[in-house]
Design a protein around this ligand. Structure first.
Ligand code: UD1
Ligand code: MG
Length: 474
């Protein structure tokens, strides 16, 4: 074994494992990890109207079952992953070393386990809740979209698809969702816009223009805006479906989906949201615990938001989140246990794909895409910072991960030269992770914890903007 290899091992043991956030000191990461969950459960127990509490309890019960199943299955399935599908833990070794097969020690794609358990949990929810509080058709379409995302993500892990295919897949995964989408055409603009619409002549002008597309500024509704055909599709058709048998419902779904697809141009934002969410999670990754951790924090924030909203707004938009999110949070948390530093499994593109899809699904069916973007501020910033490399305006290596410094045992930001080789100080790899490390080099678990605290702060700020500040911007 070379000297450098020995050094790397020594630092991993001495510095990484003794970090405050490493697994050898389990209390701190575990307490931190439970905070978002505790916050969302508190919001559920305080804010949820009494008649929705049984729904939340059933959902949390299904979530608990999903958590235990995933915790049990991850080690079992990880032993069955073939050696050829193992990955190398890149941040435990200096970048200049060649990666041999013997360095690939961590089983990949374990997102498959949490994903399949999540889908099964959704199927159970669908059987129990269908048509009581959420529309069975919508829930079935959401489940199908997630299942497709798992399938295509797993195909990506196995086949190592090129980026052009990765961009092409999300719209395909979004098809069931687009077919099912029947949301109302009324939107709620921010307070400032609503004030202009109700108190100035702008309201009359907007009303006139909206009438051209079958919409209006909703009378007596304090500035709510009905976008009519500009938003698309009355939901009467879907309501009729509720009285049909499953098979007829699916047949009608097929016919309706063909009609709706013709109107698809108006839904481009949905496809863009799915493309953004799946890719944004995937490129904000590569640090043990970061993939699962970020998604877990965002999902907890959405659950808390849905609970608060349901105090005033009893629409299906938010009840869907109550059904959908507890099993999602539970399976993600179970996967995080094995993916936290030092990772025993990698989640793979299977996870990033279906997790991004799940966030997009709740936002689209819940009618809060802008709020989701606020909650995903770190992913958005990482995407914006990455644009020069993503669009090949600057050299983009296969991995833009930080560099492991064998001398100090800390991670530093990484640089790349014009021949797409990682170097000491050419151009910095443009990621938020590298920006944070440029401010302060740190160990891998400390970096993951810092990025997750940043994520939690962004979510708290987004919720504060929505509910706290002078009644919120909405
Ligand atoms: C995206 C990023 C890439 C980053 C990778 C990490 C872009 C354009 N692509 O590529 O820069 O390096 O994700 O996931 O931004 N790995 C670790 N530790 C972890 C997780 C993953 O070392 O905690 C490594 C493993 O070698 C694993 C590999 O990352 O095999 C997985 O990479 P993959 O998901 O295939 O990369 P991409 O999604 O293509
Ligand atoms: Mg990936």
């Amino acid at each position: 074994m070379s000297r450098v290899d020995e050094d790397a091992k020594k630092w991993r043991r001495d510095v990484g494992l003794n970090s405050l956030f490493s697994n050898t000191r389990p209390a701190i990461p575990r307490i931190l990890a439970l905070l978002p969950l505790a916050a969302s459960l508190t919001a559920l127990s305080i804010c949820l109207p009494p008649d929705l509490r049984p729904l939340a309890l059933r959902s949390c019960g299904i979530g608990l079952g999903a958590y235990l199943t995933t915790v049990h299955l991850v080690p079992v399935i990880s032993k069955k992953i073939p050696r050829s599908k193992f990955g190398c833990d890149l941040l435990k070794r200096p970048p200049r070393l060649q990666i041999d097969n013997k360095d690939k020690t961590i089983p990949e794609s374990l997102g498959l386990v949490s994903g399949v358990v999540f889908v099964l949990a959704l199927v159970i929810s669908d059987a129990i809740e269908a048509d009581h509080v959420v529309d069975a058709h919508t829930l079935a379409a959401a489940t199908l979209a997630i299942a497709l995302a798992i399938l295509l993500g797993f195909a990506d892990d196995i086949l190592d698809l090129e980026w052009r295919y990765k961009y092409a897949l999300p719209p395909l995964m979004a098809l069931p969702l687009l077919a099912a989408y029947s949301g109302g055409t009324v939107i709620r603009p921010p307070v400032l816009v609503r004030r202009y619409l109700t108190e100035t002549k702008l309201g009359d002008v907007a009303d006139y223009l909206l009438k051209l597309v079958g919409g209006s500024v909703v009378p007596e509704a304090m500035g709510l805006v009905d976008l009519g055909r500009a938003y698309q599709v009355s939901d009467s058709e879907q309501k009729m479906n509720l009285n049909l048998t499953w098979s007829r419902r699916w047949r009608r779904c097929g016919a309706a989906s063909r009609r709706r697809r013709r109107r698809g141009r108006q839904r481009i934002y949905m496809v863009l949201l799915v493309v953004f969410c799946t890719n944004a999670v995937n490129i904000y990754a590569g640090v043990n615990g970061l993939e699962c951790g970020q998604v877990y924090v965002i999902a907890c924030a959405i659950l808390a938001m849905a609970a608060i909203e349901l105090q005033h707004d009893r629409s299906e938009n938010y009840t869907l989140s109550i059904v959908f999110l507890p099993p999602f949070i539970a399976t993600t948390l179970a996967l995080l246990r094995s993916n936290w530093y030092p990772a025993r499994v990698f989640v793979g593109d299977t996870f990033t794909n279906y997790a991004g899809m799940a966030l997009a699904v709740v936002a689209i069916l819940g009618h809060f895409p802008v709020m989701l973007l606020l909650l995903m501020a770190p992913q958005l910033i990482n995407f914006l910072v990455s644009i020069p490399q993503l669009f090949k305006l600057r050299p983009c290596p296969r991995h833009r991960l930080p560099t492991y410094d064998e001398r100090t045992g800390l991670l530093r930001c990484s640089y790349v030269n014009d021949r797409v080789k990682i170097t000491e100080n050419d151009g910095m790899n443009l990621t938020l992770i590298n920006v944070v490390l440029r401010l302060k080099p740190m160990t891998e678990p400390a970096l993951a914890a810092t990025l997750l605290v940043l994520q939690a702060l962004c979510c708290a700020l987004a919720l504060f903007l929505r509910f706290g500040w002078a009644g919120g911007i909405y």
